[in-house]
Structure formats: structure tokens, C-alpha cells
Design a protein around this ligand. Structure first.
Ligand code: PLP
Length: 391
């Protein structure tokens, strides 16, 4: 069976050049970067080259980039250290954050008594920035604002510069989970006064198990993993040298091709929206995912006008991988918080969300195969639904 992968917001396939660069590093540069001999120093040079490359991309200093094992670790480290080491007493966030952010915040609430305020998004998934300013002005407590740059389920992008400015004006620290936008968009942190951000290489054709945290100079943030002095003592543990090289190669490819990749995926996204709308009467799209501006070009979130908790499985049996942003009120899976925010109760009861996410490798033929399969599955269900309504 010819398999089709449309779940690139979950993870992306490794590019061949990334694999080659990593294999070469594993063979030739096995030294421990902390060793003072040439084997160690050769490995160290590779790491510092990638650090400089990232710093150039973000317009920051290399010292502000700390390698970690993933986006989850970066977000945990930032939120937990902000509370434990920077005296943060209050966190403002939204219910739409990735679990690694929302659970870190809850952990700080439970263990450290941090006050937490959530800004509830509207049914398009937008965060009211006036509300943010209002909340910031309402308290003198040292505050961390944690709002993701782009949502991984519905693709909404916030105005990160505006949020950062509001935080600065109100003396608050600002962390943004940038896992879905790093290497997909130009980000200039010399213009955007964000204090902390995160990255995960496997979201842009790099390896799993490597990411980094951006930590603004002189912020005072400390590590949560203690041990050796690696990563300026912010993240102890022998560095994942081949992973870092893989991240660097993946970033280089993404940046060199950003315009072409963006245009390709915007076209694929529009094609998917048009084709799905053509074959599924009554289909809707969640949040701002059917828009090109203010929305990730890498994904759309479809709302099918019938209930089918098994749709992900049925597509998988046809060799098509998508993600079922689950809003089912029955069965094993719980509705996701994001879907609870953007769907009405009727939509939660009667509809099925489906996330389809693209890469530069996705073709219109892939989309045609997906749409044909979706049409076949949907036909019977739409007829069934109509019969139920008539009975
Ligand atoms: N934040 C967002 C928005 C994500 O989409 C993900 C991955 O799904 C993460 C954080 C976690 O990244 P990682 O898989 O590297 O831990």
C-alpha cells in the first residue's frame, strides 16, 4: 500500500541530508565536547557552529541559545525556573497551550502556590490582547505571560511582537512556545522583545531528541537539570552532538528554501480546503485554520459535519495518516481543550475534527488520495445522519 503522511504538525520525516550529516558526525566526531583533547574539541566546534547559526537566524547572541532534548524540556525549564529562580508569583496563559506548557504551569500552581490566570479565547481561537493588558495592570505581582506563537491544533498565530510589547510595558516576563513556527517563519528577536522561546528539531525535518531554549541575556534563568557545567550550567549532561548537527542541517535547509516551501504549502493548504469543501457538504474549518494570514501554512483543522470517532483509524487503514483532534464526547478519547474552546456544544456532540498537516514534500496527488478516501467514508455517514434526522 502506498502510504500517505499528512501529520507533519506531530512530526516530520528526516531529510536525507540531515541523516547524512548525523551519520558522518556519529562516525567521525564521537568525542565528548567537554574533553580538552582534540576529539572533544572537534565535537565542541560542531556544537558552537550550530549555536552561532541559530543565533544568526533569530538575531540574538549565541550565548542566548541553550540546547535541550526537545520542546517539552525547553518549556518546562523556562516556566519552572522562572518561578523557582526569578520570583514569578503569577502566570497568565491560555487554555490552548500545548500540554508541556499547561502541565508545567499547573505543577507550579500546585507545588509553589503560583497564581494562574487564563485568558479564554473566542470561538475563532483568538486571544484578546486588551484583556491581557487589563490583567497585567490589575496586579503588582511578578508575572510571567506564557502564550504560544502558533497553535498546534488549529494553527492560529498570535501577534508575538505586540504581546511582547504589552508584557514589556507592564513589566512582565514573556515566554512563547515557538515550536510550531521555528524554522517555518522568519523570527527576529532583536525586534521582538520576547524573553524566552522554545524549539524542537523534529518539527522541521530534523531529528527527535534535540531542541533548544532561547533565554534572553541576563534574565537570571537557571537550569532544572543539575550536574556538569554544560550549556553554561543551564543544562547539565553530555551534549547530543549528532542531534545538534542534525538540527543545524535541518535549519539550514529550511532557511535556504523558506520562500519556496512557504509558497508550496500555502498552495497545498488552499487546494485541500477547496477539495474538501467541494466533496463534503456542510464542512467547516476550525479556528483561523482556513485562512492564510494569521494561521500556520502547515495545517488545516477540518470539522466534519457528522460524528465518527473512528475516522482516524479508517483513514489509517487506507494508508493515510492524519491526526484526529478529538472532540468526541463518548469513547476513550477525551475532547482536547483547544476543541472545547472553539466548538459549540452541538458541534462537540455532532461533528468530528480532523487535523491535516503538510510539509514541503506533500503533493496534490497526496491530497487527492486523502480527499477521495474521506469522501467515501463521509458519503455513508452523511446519508446515515440525514436518515436519522428524518426519522
Ligand atoms: N509545543 C508545541 C506547540 C508542540 O506542537 C509540541 C509537539 O507536539 C511541543 C511543544 C513539544 O515538543 P517535543 O515533541 O519536542 O517535546
Amino acid at each position: 500500500m502506498n502510504k500517505i503522511y499528512l501529520d507533519n504538525a506531530a512530526t516530520t520525516p528526516l531529510s536525507a541530508e540531515v541523516i547524512d550529516a548525523m551519520v558522518e558526525t556519529m562516525k567521525m566526531n564521537f568525542g565528548n565536547p567537554s574533553s580538552t583533547h582534540s576529539f572533544g574539541q572537534d565535537a565542541k566546534i560542531l556544537i558552537e557552529n550550530v549555536r552561532r547559526q541559530i543565533a544568526e537566524y533569530l538575531h540574538v547572541s549565541p550565548a542566548e541559545i541553550i540546547f535541550t532534548s526537545c520542546g517539552t524540556e525547553s518549556n518546562n525549564m523556562i516556566i519552572k525556573s522562572a518561578v523557582e529562580h526569578l520570583g514569578v508569583e503569577r502566570i497568565i496563559s491560555s487554555p490552548m497551550e500545548h500540554k508541556c506548557v499547561s502541565e508545567s504551569i499547573l505543577d507550579m500552581k500546585k507545588r509553589k502556590g503560583v497564581e494562574v490566570a487564563y485568558i479564554r479565547p473566542n470561538d475563532k481561537g483568538d486571544i484578546d490582547l486588551d484583556k491581557l493588558a487589563e490583567l497585567l495592570k490589575a496586579s503588582d505581582k511578578k508575572t510571567l505571560v506564557s502564550l504560544m506563537h502558533a497553535n498546534n491544533e488549529i494553527g492560529n498565530i498570535i501577534d508575538i511582537k505586540k504581546v511582547a510589547q504589552i508584557c514589556k510595558e507592564n513589566n512582565a516576563l514573556f515566554h512563547s512556545d515557538t515550536v510550531q513556527t521555528m524554522a517555518h517563519m522568519n523570527l527576529d528577536f532583536s525586534e521582538i522583545p520576547v524573553d524566552f522561546a522554545s524549539c524542537s528539531a523534529h518539527k522541521f525535518h530534523g531529528p527527535k531528541g534535540i531542541g533548544f531554549a532561547f533565554i534572553r541575556k541576563a534574565s537570571g534563568l537557571k537550569g532544572i537539570i543539575t550536574g556538569g557545567p554544560q550549556e553554561r550550567s543551564l543544562r547539565a549532561g553530555t551534549e547530543n552532538v549528532s542531534g545538534i548537527v542534525g538540527l543545524g542541517k535541518a535549519l539550514e535547509i529550511s532557511l535556504n528554501n523558506m520562500d519556496a516551501y512557504t509558497e508550496h504549502m500555502q498552495n497545498i493548504k488552499q487546494y485541500t480546503i477547496d477539495r474538501v469543501s467541494e466533496v463534503i457538504p456542510g464542512v467547516k474549518f476550525n479556528g483561523r485554520s482556513a485562512e492564510q494570514a494569521n494561521s500556520l501554512y502547515t495545517l488545516i483543522s477540518i470539522l466534519l459535519p457528522y460524528k465518527n470517532p473512528l475516522i482516524g483509524l479508517q483513514l489509517d487503514m487506507k494508508g493515510i495518516a492524519v491526526s484526529q483532534g478529538s472532540a468526541c464526547s463518548s469513547g476513550a478519547s477525551k475532547p482536547s481543550m483547544v476543541m472545547m474552546m472553539v466548538l459549540s456544544e452541538d458541534e462537540m456532540d455532532d461533528c468530528t475534527p480532523l487535523r491535516v498537516s503538510f510539509s514541503h514534500m506533500t503533493t496534490k496527488e497526496d491530497i487527492d488520495i486523502f480527499v477521495n478516501a474521506l469522501q467515501k467514508i463521509s458519503k455513508d455517514l452523511i446519508i446515515e445522519n440525514a436518515n436519522v434526522e428524518h426519522r
